[in-house]
Design a protein around this ligand. Structure first.
Ligand SMILES: *[C@@H]1O[C@H](CO)[C@@H](O)[C@H](O)[C@H]1NC(C)=O
Ligand SMILES: *[C@@H]1O[C@H](CO)[C@@H](O)[C@H](O)[C@H]1NC(C)=O
Ligand SMILES: *[C@@H]1O[C@H](CO)[C@@H](O)[C@H](O)[C@H]1NC(C)=O
Ligand SMILES: *[C@@H]1O[C@H](CO)[C@@H](O)[C@H](O)[C@H]1NC(C)=O
Ligand SMILES: *[C@@H]1O[C@H](CO)[C@@H](O)[C@H](O)[C@H]1NC(C)=O
Ligand SMILES: *[C@@H]1O[C@H](CO)[C@@H](O)[C@H](O)[C@H]1NC(C)=O
Ligand SMILES: *[C@@H]1O[C@H](CO)[C@@H](O)[C@H](O)[C@H]1NC(C)=O
Ligand SMILES: *[C@@H]1O[C@H](CO)[C@@H](O)[C@H](O)[C@H]1NC(C)=O
Ligand SMILES: *[C@@H]1O[C@H](CO)[C@@H](O)[C@H](O)[C@H]1NC(C)=O
Length: 506
C-alpha cells in the first residue's frame, strides 16, 4: 500500500514537472487566470469548426466533439477542457485553462497551438500531368483512414455537342499507402473537363477544371471539284482537337494533251480557307490531291483524292508517258533533246535532271527533288555532291542549268561541267529519263513543273542507231546466204551418194 502511494506521488511530481516544462512557450490562447480553473471558454480556433455541444463555456473535463466542413478534418475530433499550473504566485499555484485532444490511441494530449480544419486530401497543382487524352494527378491523404473508397471522375465541363463528342470518364487509382495517382485516360483533346475526387456517396474532396492539350486533326473527309470555277473545295475541319491553323495540300497534275508534263505543287493555306484554284492544263488533265489539316499539335492524317478536269473524257492510265527521243548516239554517249521553255511568270532558269531509270515513281520524286538547301529532310539527291556517282543506282544528277526562252535542241551527254551540274556522257546499256524542270517558290508554296523525255542507250553498237542497224542487217543477210549455200552443197552431195549405196545392197 505504501509502495503504491509512493508511486502515485512520483507520478504526480513527474506530471507537474512536465507541465512546468510546457510553460517555456506561453500559450497565447490562455484565456482567464483564476486560482482554480473550473471551466474553459469556447476555444478561438478555426471559425469553421463545429462544436458539439455548442456552448460559450465548457466545464472542466467535459468532452467536446469537433467537426469540419465537407472534405476537411480537425487534428482531434474529441477535445476536453482542463487546467494546468501556470506559475506560483505568492506561494500559491496559478492555474490556466487548457484544452486536451484525444489522439488515435485514445491518449489525451495538450493542444499547444491553434487548430485548423485540414484538407483530407492534398493535391499539389505542381504534379498535374495533362496530355491531349489524359489527366493525371498525384494525391496525398492527410488522415490514414479518411480516404478509403475514394473515387475520381472526369466530366466534360460543358455538355458535348456534335461533331465534337466527349464522354465522362471514371478515374483509375494507383496508390501506395497514403499517396497515389488518379488517371483519367481516353479523354478528348482540347476539351474542358471538371475533375472531382469524392468519397461516396457525395463528399467532394477535390474539384478542379482542366483543359486537355490539342491533338492533330482528323483527316479531311469531303473534297470536291467545283466544275464551274475549276476550284478544289473541301469541308472545313471542326476545331474538336484544336484550332485549325491551316491546310497542307500536295497537288500533282498531269496534262492529258502533253504526255510528258507533270506539275507538283505543295502549299499551305490558312485555316479559314476552304478552296484552292487548280492549275489549268486543259480538259482531261488528271489531278491527285492530298490534304491534311494542321493544329498547334501538328499536321493530321492526309486524305488522297483523284480528279479529272472534265469527267466526260475517258480514263487515261495514271502513268506518265514521257516524250520519246530519237536521236541517240551510243558511241558518243549523247542524245539530242528538243527542249521547249516551260512557261511560268518571271522564271527563266530551267534545270535538266537525269535519272537512270524509267520508273514512274522515281520520276515523281526526282521532279520534287531539291537542288537548293530548301528542305534538307526531303532530298532524294544532293546536286552539289560532285562528281555524281553512277555506281549508285538508279542515279540522279543535274545535267544542266539553262536560261530557256525559245525552243532549242540540247545535246545531253556532251561532258560540260559547271557549278553543281555535270552533263556526263550517257552510258550504253542504261535506261534514261531526263526531266526539264522549273521551280517556283513563294512563302506559302513551292511548285515543280517538269517535262520528261525517256530513252534507252542500246549497248554493244559501234555506230549510230539506224546506220548500225542497217549494217547489222546486211551482215546478217550475207551470213544467211552463205549458210544456205553451204547447206545446198552438202545436201546435193548426199543425194548423189545414197542411190549408189542402194545399188550395192541389191
Ligand atoms: C506522381 O506520382 C508518380 C508515382 O508515385 C511519380 O512517378 C510521379 O513522378 C509523380 N509526379 C509528380 C509530378 O510528382
Ligand atoms: C489566317 O488566319 C488568321 C486567324 O485564323 C487570321 O488572323 C489571318 O488574318 C489569316 N490570314 C490570311 C492571309 O487570311
Ligand atoms: C467537257 O466535256 C463536255 C462534254 O461532256 C464539253 O462540252 C466541254 O467543252 C468539256 N470541257 C472542256 C473544258 O473541255
Ligand atoms: C506532301 O509531300 C511531302 C513529301 O513529298 C510530305 O512530307 C507531306 O506530308 C505531303 N503532304 C500531304 C498533305 O500529303
Ligand atoms: C520503282 O521505284 C520504286 C521506289 O523506288 C520501287 O518501289 C518500285 O519497285 C519500282 N518499280 C519498278 C517497276 O521498278
Ligand atoms: C550536299 O552535299 C555537300 C557535300 O557532300 C554538303 O556540304 C551540302 O550541305 C549538301 N547539301 C544539301 C542541301 O544537303
Ligand atoms: C559511289 O558509290 C559507291 C557505293 O555507294 C561507293 O563505293 C563509291 O566509292 C562511290 N564513288 C564515288 C566516286 O563517290
Ligand atoms: C540566266 O540568266 C541570269 C540573269 O537573268 C543570269 O544571272 C544567269 O547566270 C543565267 N544562267 C545561265 C546558266 O546562263
Ligand atoms: C531498261 O528497260 C527495259 C524495259 O523497258 C528493261 O527490260 C531493262 O532491264 C532496263 N534496263 C536497265 C539497265 O534497267
Amino acid at each position: 500500500m505504501a509502495l503504491q502511494l509512493l508511486a502515485l506521488r512520483f507520478l504526480l511530481a513527474l506530471v507537474s514537472l512536465l507541465t512546468a516544462q510546457g510553460q517555456d512557450e506561453v500559450d497565447p490562447k490562455v484565456q482567464g487566470m483564476s486560482q482554480e480553473t473550473e471551466r474553459c471558454q469556447r476555444p478561438h480556433w478555426d471559425s469553421r469548426f463545429q462544436l458539439a455541444p455548442d456552448q460559450v463555456y465548457y466545464k472542466k473535463n467535459e468532452e467536446v466533439m469537433l467537426s469540419c466542413p465537407e472534405g476537411f478534418q480537425p487534428s482531434f475530433t474529441h477535445v476536453k477542457c482542463s487546467s494546468e499550473v501556470l506559475s506560483i504566485f505568492q506561494g500559491k499555484p496559478v492555474h490556466s485553462e487548457v484544452w486536451l485532444g484525444r489522439n488515435t490511441k485514445g491518449a489525451w494530449m495538450r493542444i499547444r497551438s491553434s487548430m485548423e480544419c485540414i484538407e483530407i486530401l492534398q493535391v499539389d497543382p505542381g504534379t498535374f500531368e495533362i496530355s491531349s487524352n489524359s489527366i493525371k494527378l498525384n494525391w496525398t491523404c492527410r488522415f490514414p483512414d479518411a480516404c478509403q473508397g475514394m473515387r475520381a471522375m472526369c466530366r466534360p465541363a460543358v455538355p458535348s455537342s456534335p461533331p465534337c463528342e466527349a464522354e465522362e470518364v471514371m478515374g483509375e487509382e494507383m496508390s501506395q499507402g497514403q499517396e497515389g495517382t488518379f488517371t483519367c485516360s481516353q479523354l478528348q483533346a482540347f476539351t474542358d473537363y471538371s475533375v472531382t475526387i469524392f468519397l461516396p456517396p457525395s463528399t467532394t474532396l477535390f474539384s478542379w477544371l482542366f483543359r486537355t492539350e490539342e491533338a492533330v486533326p482528323d483527316k479531311p473527309e469531303e473534297l470536291w471539284l467545283d466544275p464551274i470555277s475549276g476550284s478544289l473545295r473541301w469541308k472545313a475541319l471542326p476545331s474538336c482537337k484544336g484550332d485549325i491553323l491551316g491546310y497542307q495540300l500536295n497537288i500533282t497534275a498531269r496534262s492529258a494533251q502533253d504526255g510528258g508534263f507533270l506539275e507538283m505543287e505543295r502549299l499551305q493555306v490558312n485555316g479559314s480557307i476552304t478552296e484552292h484554284r487548280l492549275p489549268e492544263h486543259g480538259p482531261g488533265s488528271r489531278y491527285v490531291v492530298s490534304i491534311r489539316g494542321v493544329t498547334a499539335a501538328g499536321a493530321g492524317a492526309a486524305s488522297l483524292w483523284q480528279f479529272q478536269s472534265n469527267s466526260s473524257v475517258s480514263q487515261h492510265p495514271l502513268d506518265i508517258t514521257c516524250h520519246t527521243v530519237h536521236d541517240i548516239s551510243p558511241s558518243q554517249g549523247t542524245a539530242i533533246l528538243s527542249l521547249r521553255p516551260i512557261t511560268s511568270d518571271g522564271v527563266r532558269e530551267h534545270q535538266l535532271l537525269v535519272t537512270m531509270t524509267h520508273n514512274g515513281s522515281v520520276l515523281e520524286s526526282t521532279c520534287l527533288g531539291q537542288p537548293q538547301p530548301f528542305r534538307a529532310s526531303q532530298q532524294p539527291f544532293n546536286t552539289s555532291q560532285q562528281p555524281f556517282n553512277t555506281s549508285q543506282q538508279p542515279s540522279t544528277y543535274l545535267a544542266a542549268v539553262l536560261n530557256l526562252t525559245t525552243p532549242m535542241d540540247f545535246v545531253l551527254g556532251d561532258g560540260t561541267q559547271g557549278q553543281g551540274y555535270h552533263n556526263a556522257a550517257l552510258r550504253p546499256g542504261w535506261n534514261y529519263t531526263a526531266l526539264l524542270r522549273l521551280v517556283h517558290h513563294s512563302p506559302q508554296s513551292e511548285k515543280f513543273t517538269c517535262v520528261c523525255y525517256s530513252f534507252s542507250v542500246v549497248a554493244g553498237q559501234a555506230a549510230g542507231t539506224w546506220r548500225g542497224t542497217v549494217i547489222g542487217l546486211v551482215v546478217l543477210l550475207a551470213l544467211l546466204l552463205m549458210i544456205a549455200g553451204i547447206l545446198w552443197l552438202v545436201l546435193s552431195r548426199k543425194r548423189k551418194y545414197f542411190p549408189n549405196k542402194v545399188k550395192e545392197d541389191n
